[in-house]
Design a protein around this ligand. Sequence first.
Ligand SMILES: [Zn+2]
Ligand SMILES: [Zn+2]
Length: 151
Amino acid sequence: MTAERTGGCLCGAVRFAARDVPGKCGVCHCEMCRRWTGSALIGVTVPTGSVTFSGDGLRVIQSSGWAERGFCGECGSGIYFRVTREGEWFGNTELPIGIFDDANGFEITNEIYIDHKPDSFSYEGMQGRRLLTRAECVEKFSALEGGGPED
Ligand SMILES: [Zn+2]
Ligand SMILES: [Zn+2]
């Protein structure tokens, strides 16, 4: 089941509205997401074409050879993660669950870079959720021309 959802940054300079939002989310434990969020990225994946941003705060950095991250230039909230290179994960936008106005109703169905998760915490989620190691993730990128073993 999908739904329409809205959200925004801490200060309100960036807002989003998304259609086709699933009731599931995924966790990334890679070092970049850990530093970017201060913990781990719990992201909700929506088709890039179904999310619109408003306000004048949105800034974007190319965070690696295959992805970019949007954030609020005023307050620093992370707004999205998006793969910019063709491949299995291209065409989607990951919205951090914490910036949804209502962050309830999502179930964790996968965790990636699971072998990089700090031993300080763990998440609960769907039984039998998909777990991918760093190597398994990098393989998805490295199969592409110019891919490399970066996070
Ligand atoms: Zn802001
Ligand atoms: Zn990550």
